[in-house]
Ligand binder design. Sequence first.
Ligand code: AMP
Ligand code: GLY
Length: 422
Amino acid sequence: MKVLIVGSGGREHAIAWKLAQSPKIKKLYAAPGNGGMTELCECVDIAVDDLQGLKTFAKENAVDLTVVGPELPLVLGLSDVFAKENLAVFGPNRACARFEGSKAFTKEFLKRHGIPTAGYKEYTDPDTLKKDVGLFGYPMVLKADGLAAGKGVLITENKEDSLKAIDRLMLSGEFGEASETIVVEEFLTGREASLLCFVDGHTILPMESAQDYKRALDGDLGLNTGGMGTYSPNLLMKDDKLCQTIEETILTPIVEGFKADGLNYKGILFIGLMIDKGVPKVLEFNVRLGDPETQSVLPRLETDLLDIMEACIEERLKDVALQWSEQKTVSVVMASGGYPDAYQKGKEITGTDQVEEAIVFHAGTKRVGDQLVTDGGRVLCVTAKADDFAQAQRTVYRELKKINFDQAFYRKDIADIAVEEE
Ligand code: AMP
Ligand code: GLY
């Protein structure tokens, strides 16, 4: 089969790496891909939001399946455009992608179907919102409704900061249309877990869990990022009773809710959970795989990923049993100095070819002649796999030392808690 992967991050490199192991793959394309994906894929220079360009490429090259990495093309309706041409695509349609395109849409769905989540209220008028400041007490959680590249959630500690946050969200123009509606939520405490699931419209099949580290610096300090590291499995999920509660109170009502609402959801559903004293609540939905969760989860998947994707499309997921390695993974993101604020690009990267005991997934990299250079904030994600977390963590940090570029930084505490608890 010929498969086109849409996207250019570490997640897409991990998808390519896993798909390349399938005996059914004859050719992989990536649009636009990155400096590492060139080893596995023919990279074509088409942007992820160029739906017509992607469609034309898929038709002209007789692509059998298109796998969509990021949310933007899904929210724009890539799956609908492809379906009209009878082109197979893995990723939810536009109606279903609203779960990521609108936080208010997700909250309404969760409420309607009695799925546990933080209490909330929606606002479109800044003055009304200012009158309600502190509605659920402090910290106050304010979320831009639309896509905001992970920056649309503001958590404030007092009235003064909340009023400033409201001005920033609703009056500064910083978030464009994304913050025309604001969702205010009750602040939840507990521990977060990311649950990535395959969905075929009838069946929801969770993958092994992962824990993401969202803050830029050690000790969960610094700004929120797309994710600076992950480990898998999330040890919280060792608790069978918790898994059963998630199944009964979250997963089953989600698929039933999809059906009741006439949503034909096919692809990945990423459920962000907050778990407090054994009680799970939904923080958010994403309609695609997580980055860097994917780089920790796919290396543990033993089942052929292409088979699972085909089963989703053909609504045969109930017959699929996922096989997982018992081994643990630790993934650490190497970022450009300054990320997630401004950073420089074009720095030469050396040493990736010296890494022997870990997988180097590329994200913000490109090849210029025979040089590999930085081309984004999150540059690389290195994953090590071992029998226990301690060994996986030691390996990943040893291998990372071999890689260099000017102003590189990474967190030194990824998976510390897993090492302590195992
Ligand atoms: P979201 O994009 O909605 O997942 O929010 C990004 C991050 O903000 C989450 O991963 C949490 O760390 C935090 N967050 C979001 N909603 C809440 C909430 N209701 N209570 C506490 N923290 C939250
Ligand atoms: N790592 C979180 C995300 O992909 O949204």
